[in-house]
Design a protein. Structure first.
Length: 454
C-alpha cells in the first residue's frame, strides 16, 4: 500500500472515530437536554392544573372554564391536556403542535425518555369531569434535535471533505520529489553514476535528495578509480604478454627457423642414400619445425595485447574469426560491424569480450553457426554474439573464470554484460555494451600506454 493510500486510510479511520465519539457525546447531551425540557414542561402543566383547581370554586361557568383551559393548550410543543369523566372517557383534548413531520421513528426511539402520563383529580364542582390528564409528547423536542443533528452532520462532512482534500493535495505535492528520487535510485542501481536531482519539496526530502547526489558523486568517483585501476592492471598484463610474445618471436622463432633450414639441407645431401631413410626423417623434422612455427605464430596472435595498431576493431575481429574458421571448418562465422575507429581501451576491451564469448561457444557447445554484431547504439558501443550450439548445459548458466573476467572488464569500463539462452535455434546469446561518452577522456589517459604496448 502506498504512502498516500495509508495516509488516506489513517485519516478516514480518524474521521470515523471523531464522528463516532462526537455522535456519542451529542447523543448523551441531547437525551439529557430533551429529558430536562420535558420535565420542565410537565411541571409547568401541573402548576397550571393546580391553578385551575384553585379557580374553580369562584367560577360561575365551570364547563366553559374547563373548555377554555383545554383550548389554551392548543399548539403547545410538549404537553397535551385531556379531560376525562368517571368512566375514563375523554371529554375534551388539546391539539399540540405537530412540527415533527418526517421525523424517523428510530430517532424518536433512540432519544425518547420515559413518558409517564400524569392524572390530576378535580373537585366535584367539575362534574362530570373528574380529572385532568397531562400527557408529555417528546417528538417536537426530538424533531428540533434531529434538525440540529442534520445541520451539524452536514457541516462536519463538508469540513472533513475539505480537510481531506487539502491534506491530500499538500501530501501529494510534498511527495512528488519522491518519484525523481526513486528514478535516480533505479538509474544508480543500473550502473549509471552521473545522476543529479534537484533538491525540492519539504526539508526532509531536500536533505534526502542532497544525500542521494552526494552518494552518486562518491559512487562515480569510486567507479572511475576502479576503472582506472582495472585499466592499469590490464595494461600491466598486456605488457607482460607483449614481453612474452617478443621473447618467443626473438628467441624461439629463429631457432625453429634454423632447425627448418638445417633439416632441409640434410635432406638434400641425403637424397642419394635412399635406402637409409635419413632423407625422409630429415623431411619429417622439417615438417615438425614448420608446425612448431605455426604454433608459435598462433600463440603470438593470442598473446598480442588486444587490437593491433592501425588494424581497427572490425579488421581484428575478421582476422580472428578467419583464424578460427581454419581451425573449425564445420562452423560458419559471420560478422557485422561498422568500419569505425574507437579509443584503444574501448577496442581492446570489446575485442577481448567478443573473443571470450566466441571461444566459450566453441568450447562448451557444438555450434554450426556463430554470428557477431558490433554497433553503436544510444551512446554505447554494443556487441552481440549468438550461436546455435544447443544452449546451456542442463538448462543452467554456469559462470566460469572467463565469463567473470569478461563481465569485470566491461563493468570496469562502465558497461554491462548479459547472457541468456535462445530457444530457436537453441543456443546462447551474449550481449555487452561500453559507454562512449568518456571516449576522449579514456583516449587521453591511455594513449601513451597503448603506444608503448604496440
Amino acid at each position: 500500500m502506498s504512502l498516500k493510500a495509508r495516509l488516506a486510510l489513517t485519516l478516514a479511520i480518524a474521521f470515523v472515530a471523531i464522528i463516532a465519539i462526537g455522535g456519542l457525546l451529542t447523543y448523551e447531551q441531547s437525551r439529557d437536554s430533551i429529558a430536562a425540557e420535558l420535565r420542565a414542561a410537565e411541571t409547568s402543566a401541573a402548576n397550571r392544573v393546580a391553578q385551575l383547581i384553585a379557580e374553580l370554586p369562584a367560577t360561575r361557568d365551570i364547563p366553559g372554564k374547563l373548555q377554555g383551559f383545554i383550548r389554551s393548550h392548543n399548539g403547545d410543543r410538549d404537553v397535551r391536556m385531556m379531560l376525562i369523566d368517571s368512566r375514563g372517557e375523554i371529554r375534551a383534548s388539546s391539539q399540540p403542535a405537530e412540527v415533527y413531520r418526517g421525523l424517523p421513528q428510530w430517532f424518536v426511539t433512540l432519544l425518547s425518555p420515559p413518558q409517564p402520563t400524569r392524572i390530576i383529580p378535580l373537585s366535584g364542582l367539575a362534574a362530570p369531569v373528574v380529572a385532568v390528564v397531562v400527557s408529555i409528547d417528546p417528538r417536537n423536542e426530538i424533531a428540533e434535535t434531529w434538525s440540529d443533528a442534520i445541520n451539524v452532520v452536514a457541516i462536519l462532512v463538508a469540513f472533513i471533505l475539505v480537510t481531506f482534500a487539502a491534506i491530500w493535495l499538500v501530501v501529494d505535492h510534498s511527495l512528488k520529489p519522491l518519484h525523481s528520487i526513486r528514478m535516480a535510485h533505479e538509474r544508480i542501481g543500473a550502473g549509471e553514476t552521473a545522476v543529479q536531482i534537484e533538491p525540492k519539496g519539504p526539508p526532509e526530502l531536500r536533505d534526502l535528495a542532497r544525500g542521494l547526489n552526494q552518494m552518486a558523486d562518491r559512487l562515480g568517483e569510486a567507479s572511475l578509480a576502479n576503472r582506472r585501476l582495472s585499466e592499469q592492471l590490464q595494461r600491466l598484463q598486456d605488457e607482460e604478454r607483449a614481453a612474452l610474445a617478443r621473447d618467443l618471436h626473438d628467441d624461439v622463432g629463429p631457432l625453429l627457423f634454423a632447425i627448418d633450414v638445417e633439416a632441409g639441407a640434410i635432406a638434400r645431401k641425403l637424397l642419394k642414400d635412399e635406402e637409409s631413410g635419413a632423407a625422409e626423417r630429415a623431411n619429417v623434422i622439417k615438417q615438425n619445425a614448420a608446425q612448431a612455427r605455426k604454433a608459435v605464430r598462433r600463440i603470438l596472435t593470442e598473446l598480442r595485447p588486444g587490437v593491433m595498431p592501425g588494424l581497427g576493431l572490425k579488421a581484428a575481429l575478421e582476422e580472428h574469426l578467419a583464424t578460427l574458421g581454419q581451425r573449425h571448418p564445420n562452423v560458419t562465422f559471420k560478422i557485422e560491424a561498422e568500419d569505425a575507429t574507437y579509443p584503444a581501451p574501448v577496442e581492446t576491451t570489446m575485442f577481448r569480450a567478443i573473443r571470450e564469448a566466441v571461444n566459450n561457444a566453441l568450447k562448451h557447445g557444438l555450434p554450426t553457426r556463430i554470428s557477431v554484431k558490433v554497433a553503436e547504439r544510444d551512446g554505447n558501443l554494443t556487441f552481440n554474439v549468438r550461436d546455435d550450439g544447443g544452449g546451456f548445459a542442463d538448462g543452467k548458466q554456469k559462470s566460469g573464470f572467463g565469463i567473470i573476467g569478461m563481465r569485470e572488464r566491461l563493468e570496469s569500463a562502465g558497461g554491462a554484460l548479459k547472457i541468456d539462452e535462445v530457444l530457436l535455434p537453441a543456443g546462447v546469446r551474449v550481449e555487452g555494451r561500453i559507454p562512449l561518452s568518456r571516449r576522449a577522456e579514456l583516449a587521453t589517459a591511455d594513449g601513451n600506454a597503448m603506444e608503448r604496448e604496440t
